[in-house]
Write a protein that binds this ligand. Structure first.
Ligand SMILES: [Ca+2]
Length: 525
């Protein structure tokens, strides 16, 4: 396999020009490789050209929490946290410096990933609480998910990990099979094992944490007995068993939403003893990232041992930016960092939504680095194009297919800018030790007290909208160059008023459309 490292920050155009030249030069050998793989595939696997798909989503991992060991990158080089397996995945895949989650918090982010729709369109506006039953925010059955599209394309589907997309009573088994609902088997997942929310205490389950979790259900709604071990290890074990026992006549789509590195964090002793920063809680967080990395590495090794590495696309992403410590009871170890981006989980600054992103598809995607802005909302159209089905046509989708960018280095063509809406921003800066004390030794001074609730990104620029009643259009706007000004210090509306007005009009246009969709869902209640 041809390994190419693209020099980072040589400019986007140079990057694509280089990629195109390289692709032209290796076109012949790529086709040869594909031909060989085709033989192997028909001999050892499902015999179709459809690749297997693995989507690894981790929880609350910050933009600055990884060390991918790439000299050509200015980011993803945390000097303390060791993530060698993700570094290996990065060296074999495309590392995306400008990859975004669809929301700065868990539930909407997952809704956006699975549906390709701005989560506010689905009326999923904030994280869904364990204690809330029969609430109004859940992923409705009539939403179409990537798992359902995979079924349509002849895939088998599975999920192991955290669901966090409904507020119904999980202990009522009839809910799991009801027509109206948002349990995994109502959204296209055929088999698996899920936890409802995060690994912290709930009124129902007094044993849910990353250690010996007691809150996992099978997809028929049976509460599993307390599972021995740590959740990252348990999810990996389950995923490997699934892949081994799968129907080998069909490709598979496997969704792995790991619950690390969200509280309540626990690690095996040898990991807890790995770091010595002088703060035990910080050590435990760093160890949790490293333990997650090791378990993802074990899963990827398993794929390789089973001969599935070449015909499997692996996606890696995080659902939102890093948490800050002491936000709720039990959250003492959330020492993630969005460095060098401004903001954190729950905010629509870059640090709340920009997350690490990697895609590996051997022989198809040339390893390297992309700084093209993209989001988990792009996964629906991208996967549909890869697996050969039409993406949903009867509703608004907000992403674009990344396929020609991934395969050929083409720029991503977007009909509308990337857009985020989060009506419940909370400023936890003052308690955010994990964020304000940055690993370069500086103390972050959090200057902005008012947080945006709507944001768009277009080219190098982000427009942030602030104020207004809930779900009403924002009243004030601020524009930043988020490529050259990661701290978002230099407001540009007066520097380039024409662009500012253009972006404002685009933002308000999308806001109107999203609000119309949201009201349709909200009025169903
Ligand atoms: Ca999360």
């Amino acid at each position: 396999m041809l390994i190419i490292q693209i020099i980072y920050r040589t400019g986007k155009f140079l990057f694509y020009a280089a990629l195109l030249i390289i692709f032209g030069a290796c076109q012949e050998s790529t086709q040869e490789v594909d031909g060989k793989k085709g033989d192997e595939k028909s001999a050892s696997s499902h015999g179709t050209t459809q690749p297997n798909i693995v989507y690894i989503l981790v929880d609350d991992l910050g933009y600055g929490d990884l060390n991918l060991g790439m000299d050509t990158l200015e980011v993803f080089k945390n000097p303390f946290i060791k993530t060698p397996h993700l570094a290996k995945l990065a060296s074999e895949g495309l590392v995306m410096t400008d990859h975004y989650a669809s929301s700065p918090v868990c539930s909407p982010s997952r809704a956006g990933l699975l549906t390709g729709r701005t989560p506010t369109r689905c009326n999923i506006n904030r994280w869904i609480e364990d204690i809330e039953l029969d609430g109004t925010e859940y992923l409705r059955n009539d939403e179409i998910t990537i798992a359902e599209k995979c079924l349509e394309a002849g895939y088998q589907t599975a999920i192991y990990g955290k669901w966090h997309l409904n507020c119904q009573d999980w202990l009522k088994k009839e809910n799991w099979t009801a027509e109206k609902g948002s349990f995994p088997n109502q959204q296209g997942f055929q088999t698996g094992m899920v936890s409802k929310e995060n690994p912290h205490l709930t009124p129902f389950m007094n044993a849910n944490s990353q250690k010996n979790p007691g809150d996992f259900f099978d997809l028929n709604g049976n509460l599993l007995e307390t599972l021995k071990g740590y959740t990252s290890q348990i999810i990996t074990d389950s995923a490997l068993t699934y892949v081994k026992r799968r129907d080998k006549t069909k490709p598979f789509f496997l969704y792995l939403p790991y619950d690390a590195v969200h509280e309540r964090i626990y690690n095996p002793d040898e990991y807890d003893e790995m770091y010595h920063t002088g703060e035990t809680n910080r050590d435990v967080y760093y160890a949790n990232v490293t333990y997650l990395d090791a378990q993802i590495g074990r899963f990827l090794d398993g794929l390789k041992e089973m001969g599935l590495e070449d015909n499997t696309i692996v996606f890696f992403s995080s659902d939102n930016g890093p948490e800050v410590t002491r936000v709720y009871f039990g959250a003492w170890r959330s020492y993630g960092t969005s460095y060098p981006k401004y903001g954190q989980k729950r905010t629509l600054y870059e640090g709340g939504i920009r997350v690490p992103g990697i895609i590996r598809w051997p022989g198809k995607i040339v390893p390297g680095i992309s700084d093209e802005p993209n989001s988990t909302l792009d996964i629906m159209p991208t996967l549909c194009e890869i697996i050969g089905v039409e993406s949903p046509q009867d509703r608004a989708l907000d992403g674009s297919s990344l396929l020609s960018h991934l395969l050929n280095g083409d720029s991503i063509v977007r009909k509308k800018p990337l857009y985020w809406q989060y009506e419940f921003p909370e400023n936890f800066a003052l308690v955010g030790e994990g964020y304000t004390t940055r690993y370069d030794g500086t103390q972050r001074i959090y200057e902005k007290e008012r947080l945006p609730k709507v944001s768009i990104r277009s080219g190098n620029y982000a427009l942030r909208g602030i104020g207004g009643e809930k779900f009403e259009p924002p009243e004030e706007f601020f524009m930043f160059d988020v490529v050259n000004d990661p701290d978002e210090k230099r407001e540009l509306s007066r520097i380039d008023p024409e662009l500012f007005e253009q972006l404002k009009a685009r933002l308000l246009e999308i806001h109107r459309s999203v609000q119309e969709d949201r009201l349709v869902v909200a009025h169903q209640e």
